[in-house]
Design a protein around this ligand. Structure first.
Ligand code: HEC
Ligand code: HEC
Length: 480
């Protein structure tokens, strides 16, 4: 083992130790051989205010422990009388087998799937998820695409920065709409508002003096003007919403903020005999751990011939117009990660929601990795995501590999997906939303629809030029 990885090992062991001490300190009755991952259901307390570095590290350690915890029936694993649907939905009768690779329960821990090359990372084809949102049969037992959309696990590194970018962009788009409304009212004319935020274009709105907003010319975003940066479809608003969904879908662990008495009239909606399975504080710890993950980096410890090929590939990437969607950086004003966030809909806690006990401001600038982020001349952090947080048509009749889904999710067209962020792509084979493409060349050649011109130009390159692009993309890695 080399020195950096030994140091990392020690750090990991130490953080495990700290997490354990925190947990046991709060519940002295917990025994090392207890069956519960949540330490005798001793829920993490909700946090309010701005934690200092020490408190932040402690919460992150708690979240890390939960992300890797193999949940058990003592914790509340299982949902005999509830489906995997995002909106609390009852089953008619309990399924014969609660664990099923297709409709779920499909794993024991979050880290069962998010583990390549390290925890929080992506997943192999074997870790694919069959997303049905419960609008089809709750108990489908086939991987046939008429029942579910099969998705490969994506990595979570830099996820906090992605959510912050999306929040700022959503706020800016809504401000543009409000300005347009005012202008239309005062001028008495129809006003056309171009929706551009951080250099990304989302089409336009036509606003009438009476306040009617025509949304038909929007591009790559929903009519609520909320950017939904999570899931490859681009339909999930926040880490918090995704975490509450995932806990129920994969593990049958139901968060009180969605499945609790407030919305369902009971504290045991899934009828597995365990009340209040996941507290708001548990969700916050999970969210914070994900939000604090170091953004992917550029691998510079490579031989000179790889350096040279990567430099050529990087230039090609721009010449081919790949960067029109995979934008190298987007600027971020603030590293303050407020939890709960401002944009979620009912069923996921929101910051201004009545009765929300927690209202924390986590300063991601306190993270060790924050120093390495570059800034622009206006002092904004440049997030090197290689994406635009926008949805695009990515298949057409000739190039249709990525148009392989039969079910529309949230009424987004079936051949439309959000631009994948390419940071970390050198660590996350296989590729494509289904994870069935084994090389970068395959997935780039599979771009159709809005990316067709760029893809055609790529396909015409010489083999050596193509391999330069691969060399470049393979320098974008998850730090280990
Ligand atoms: C069975 C495998 C599996 C398990 C277990 C799993 N995930 Fe995932 N995760 C996925 C897949 C697949 C996706 C991509 C979904 C999509 O694109 O529709 C994903 C996506 C995500 C995303 C969105 C990332 C992005 O950039 O779009 C978050 C956040 C996430 N998972 C969190 C969690 C948490 C928290 C847990 C545990 C409670 C968890 N996951 C458990 C497979 C899994
Ligand atoms: C019109 C926008 C657009 C353009 C232009 C574009 N892409 Fe993409 N790219 C996407 C979308 C959308 C996806 C997600 C595809 C899917 O559903 O799996 C993607 C996915 C990818 C992936 C796979 C990511 C993963 O995690 O599996 C790679 C690699 C990639 N693009 C590279 C390129 C390269 C190289 C170019 C230029 C030749 C390019 N892209 C041009 C939109 C675009």
């Amino acid at each position: 083992m080399n020195r950096p990885s030994m140091l990392r090992m020690t750090a990991l062991l130490l953080s495990g130790l700290v997490a354990h001490q925190v947990a046991t300190a709060e519940n002295t009755s917990a025994k090392p051989w207890d069956d519960a991952a949540l330490i005798n259901n001793n829920k993490i307390k909700a946090f309010s205010g701005s934690p200092d570095k020490k408190q932040l590290d402690r919460l992150i350690a708690e979240g890390r422990r939960l992300f890797s915890a193999s949940f058990t029936i003592t914790d509340g694993v299982g949902r005999p009388m509830a489906t995997q649907a995002i909106i609390p939905t009852k089953r008619k009768r309990p399924p014969k087998n609660e664990f099923a690779r297709t409709a779920g329960l499909d794993a024991n821990a979050c880290s069962s799937c998010h583990n390549l090359p390290v925890m929080g990372g992506a997943g192999d084809f074997v870790a694919n998820v069959f997303v049905s949102e419960g609008f089809q049969l709750a108990d489908f037992d086939s991987t046939d695409p008429q029942f579910s959309n099969e998705r490969n696990t994506n990595h979570l590194f830099g996820a906090g920065l992605i959510e912050l970018l999306a929040r700022e962009m959503s706020a800016e788009l809504r401000a543009l709409r409000n300005q347009g409304l005012k202008q239309a009212r005062s001028s008495g004319d129809i006003v056309s508002v171009k929706l551009v935020t951080k250099g990304v274009h989302f089409g336009k709105l036509e606003i009438a003096p009476d306040g009617v907003v025509d949304t038909r010319k929007l591009e790559g975003i929903d009519t609520d003007l909320v950017i939904k940066p999570f899931s490859q479809k681009g339909v999930i608003t926040s880490l918090r919403q995704f975490t509450v969904n995932a806990l129920n879908h994969h593990h049958g662990m139901q968060a009180s903020e969605r499945f609790g008495a407030r919305w369902t009239g009971t504290n045991d909606f899934d009828e597995d005999g365990v009340d209040k399975e996941i507290s708001a504080g548990d969700v916050s710890a999970l969210v914070l751990w994900q939000a604090s993950l170091e953004p992917p980096v550029v691998n510079t410890l490579i031989p000179p011939n790889w350096q040279a090929a990567a430099a050529r590939g990087s230039a090609q990437f721009d010449q081919l117009g790949c960067n029109s969607c995979h934008q190298r950086t987007l600027p971020l004003n603030s590293l303050s990660f407020n939890d709960p966030g401002p944009l979620d809909a009912a069923g996921t806690l929101r910051s201004d929601e009545l009765g929300t006990a927690l209202n924390a401001r986590y300063n991601l600038a306190l993270m060790d990795w924050a120093e390495a982020l570059e800034k622009d001349d206006q002092g904004r952090w440049l997030v090197p995501l290689f994406g635009d947080l926008k949805r695009h048509t990515i298949a057409d009749t000739q190039v249709d590999t990525l148009g392989n889904e039969l079910l529309s999710q949230r009424f987004v067209e079936r051949n439309v997906f959000m631009t994948s962020e390419l940071w970390g792509i050198g660590s996350t084979a296989p590729y494509g939303h289904r994870g069935d493409l084994t090389t970068l060349n395959e997935v780039i050649s599979a771009h159709g629809g809005d990316a067709r011109d760029s893809r055609d130009a790529y396909v015409k390159l010489t083999e050596s030029d193509k391999s330069d692009i691969t060399a470049f993309l393979k320098t974008l890695v998850i730090a280990q």
